[in-house]
Design a protein around this ligand. Structure first.
Ligand SMILES: Nc1ncnc2c1ncn2[C@@H]1O[C@@H](CSCCNC[C@@H]2Cc3ccc([N+](=O)[O-])cc3CN2)[C@@H](O)[C@H]1O
Length: 282
């Protein structure tokens, strides 16, 4: 087979892999997803070993230790959650939430609209982050107001496109000052090649000298995105995450790893650990 025909065949196969992943996401149910991952035991603020307090602690430290700053923060693949920007919203004045699915963007709009009909009560999350900041938990409504005031837009995104945001014109010319992305890249990539490409694509949204805060799953091969909705995940280990960051030109600032206790393995995925990365784009 000559080289051009081979390349065309490979390109067609890549397209098919992406189409299959898109098809998996058509059944994604934000309400079920929030129930599976963002209620106890995974989100138990009375348990120091619960996953969500660990994630919020990593994000709080990363956003407040003095090296992260600027004007624009972009959250890549927000899903139906806001926890990932509860610390960042105090540092940045312009925040873009993004997701591939309209159902998730709609879920975010409902919370931001303050209509009180979002699918999850985020108050305990707001209270916990206030405590991390040395504030009274009763300041949670001020934090909610701050977050609502800095969200500039909720945008469609596709990390498999070389320009993931259709409306990247909304970003400064040089790019965002900081990116945060949680559990997205490995959950939308058919294999490690796609993961690495997607990491490269989102890097194009970040200015030189900006920071990437990445949370993701270790050892995960699938997760339930709703009742009967099994979504494949590319299993990662720490070495692969570090190799991907290096291949994309990032300087690793910190890698933290959480290993799931047995009772956090609740049958909605086969994740064994969670990584937190703080990296800088040179
Ligand atoms: N092409 C695309 N580009 C950008 N985003 C896309 C694209 N396709 C789908 N999306 C978007 O990406 C998705 C992001 S949610 C992905 C869920 N990741 C797996 C899940 C998460 C999770 C949470 C918590 C814990 N824990 O231990 O506490 C473990 C785990 C592990 N399982 C979803 O919003 C979809 O809408």
């Amino acid at each position: 087979m000559d080289r051009d025909v081979k390349k065309e065949k490979e390109g067609n196969e890549r397209e098919k892999d992406i189409e299959a992943m898109v098809a998996c996401y058509q059944g994604f149910d934000p309400v079920a997803y929030l129930q599976y991952n963002y209620t106890p035991p995974r989100a138990d603020f009375d348990r120091p070993d619960s996953i969500v307090p660990w994630k919020l602690g990593c994000l709080h430290r990363a956003f407040t230790e003095g090296d992260v700053g600027g004007k624009v923060l972009v959250d890549v693949g927000s899903g139906p959650t806001i926890y990932q920007v509860l610390s960042g919203c105090e540092v940045f004045d312009t925040l873009f939430l993004t997701d591939f699915l309209e159902v998730n963007r709609q879920e975010l709009r409902r919370w931001l609209g303050g209509e009180g009909c979002s699918s999850l009560d985020w108050t305990p999350y707001l209270q916990h982050v206030c405590k991390l900041e040395g504030r009274s938990p009763s300041a949670w409504s001020e934090k909610a107001a701050r977050l609502r005031s800095v969200v500039s837009d909720i945008l469609p995104i596709d990390v498999h496109r070389s320009s993931p945001l259709q409306s990247s014109a909304k970003l400064p010319g040089a790019g965002a000052d900081c990116l945060v992305s949680c559990f997205c890249l490995e959950s939308v990539s058919p294999d490690l090649t796609f993961f690495n490409r997607a990491l490269g694509h989102i890097g194009g949204l970040l200015r030189p000298g900006g920071h990437l805060l990445l949370i993701g799953a270790l050892g995960e091969s699938y997760y339930m995105g709703g009742r009967g909705v099994r979504i494949p995940v590319v299993p990662l280990d720490e070495a692969q995450v570090c190799a991907s960051l290096k291949a994309c030109g990032y300087t690793l600032v910190r890698l933290e790893v959480y290993t799931l206790p047995q009772d956090m393995r609740v049958g909605v995925d086969d994740v064994t650990g969670v990584f937190f990365v703080k990296a800088r784009k040179p």
